[in-house]
Design a protein around this ligand. Structure first.
Ligand SMILES: Nc1ncnc2c1ncn2[C@@H]1O[C@H](COP(=O)(O)OP(=O)(O)OP(=O)(O)O)[C@@H](O)[C@H]1O
Ligand SMILES: [Mg+2]
Length: 308
């Protein structure tokens, strides 16, 4: 039975559908069999991004009405990558949510990973996906409006007993100041960073043309690696490794003074000390330590234990 992963955000338009398609493609290229589910019932976008807009004859709702169609509604996108479209006319409020859960669980038996692209908001759609998925990617942009909404979805995860989630920062402008990453994580109350994805105008073009997964910009593609690892191993990368990789792939070295400062770097090495209990205390430029966070308790942001 494949793992079912929900991509959620609270706020709309932050990149859930785009990331679902690109992450699915990245996983399939590593040889995993992947099913992408459009969970945005009543609207539906994933078909456009996948370039299959004109080919959707049946959707998940048809399979809920007629069980025998369960396997026929799934479309092949490319080798190892499959797609279950949502209905455009039926909303989550109007359909059998238990039946949908059964359908996806049934299909998951034939895949390594099932990625569910969620609707924005915290309505029935999100509730249903909370009941369906075991792991979540919280997609946000480095903007306070988006972060506050994402924080609410993290609360939602907790209310449903889910602890296995990572935050993905999307559409990061490398030529602009952004809030300190650790301040954002603090506001989110999140432990793990899944990845940081650069803003790239070519994403918009690829989306428009339905050619995104064939023509993914290289810096964006490279930043999918930490997410692929999180999905396949359950371990998130260290956030410093993610920052370094981001800076490498977006080639912002010339702008270090702007970008690095905003991303919270450890201070000079001589103020990094090893404590007697072997825990490394690293002070960040926003002047609190990872170790203090570890000590400060159950909701600690900087747990390094593996969530399984
Ligand atoms: N990293 C990026 N760089 C540039 N544009 C992006 C990036 N990620 C997403 N976009 C663009 O932002 C727009 C919204 O993306 P997308 O549809 O994936 O968001 P969403 O969270 O699924 O929205 P909704 O909540 O409405 O379903 C799209 O036009 C997409 O091309
Ligand atoms: Mg969407």
């Amino acid at each position: 039975m494949g793992d079912i992963i929900g991509l959620i955000s609270g706020k709309g338009g932050v990149g859930k559908t785009t990331i679902t398609a690109c992450l699915g493609a990245a996983l399939s290229e590593q040889g995993y069999r992947v099913l992408l589910c459009d969970g945005d019932f009543g609207l539906r976008d994933l078909d456009i991004i996948l370039g299959k807009e004109d080919e959707v004859c049946f959707d998940a709702y048809n399979a809920l009405e007629d069980k025998s169609m369960a396997d026929d509604v799934v479309m092949k996108i490319k080798s190892n990558l499959y797609f279950l479209p949502a209905s455009q006319s039926i909303r989550w409020e109007d359909m059998g949510r238990k039946k949908y859960r059964k359908l996806v669980n049934h299909l998951a038996k034939s895949y390594d990973y099932v990625l569910v692209d969620c609707p924005a908001g915290i309505g029935r759609g999100l509730e249903s996906i909370m009941d369906l998925a075991q792991r979540f990617l919280i997609i946000t942009q480095p903007l306070w409006v988006s972060i506050r909404n994402a924080a609410r979805t993290i609360q939602f995860c907790r209310e449903y007993g889910h602890r296995d989630y990572a935050v993905v920062f999307n559409a990061i402008h490398t030529d602009r100041d952004m809030p300190n990453m650790y301040d954002m994580l603090d506001a989110l109350g999140a432990e793990y960073v899944g990845s940081m994805l650069p803003y790239d105008a070519r994403i918009l073009d690829g989306t428009q043309e339905g050619l995104l997964i064939e023509a993914m910009p290289k810096p964006y593609q490279d930043m999918l690696a930490p997410m692929v690892d999180y999905i396949t191993s359950g371990d998130a990368w260290d956030e410093q490794d993610i920052i370094h990789r981001f800076n490498d792939v977006t080639a912002v070295k010339a702008m270090d003074s702007v970008v690095m400062a905003t991303l919270a770097q450890p201070v000079e090495t001589d103020s990094i000390n090893d404590s007697t209990d072997g825990t490394r205390a690293v002070t960040y430029t926003n002047s609190w330590s990872t170790r203090n966070r570890l000590i400060s308790g159950k909701e600690s942001m900087w747990r390094r234990t593996r969530l399984k």
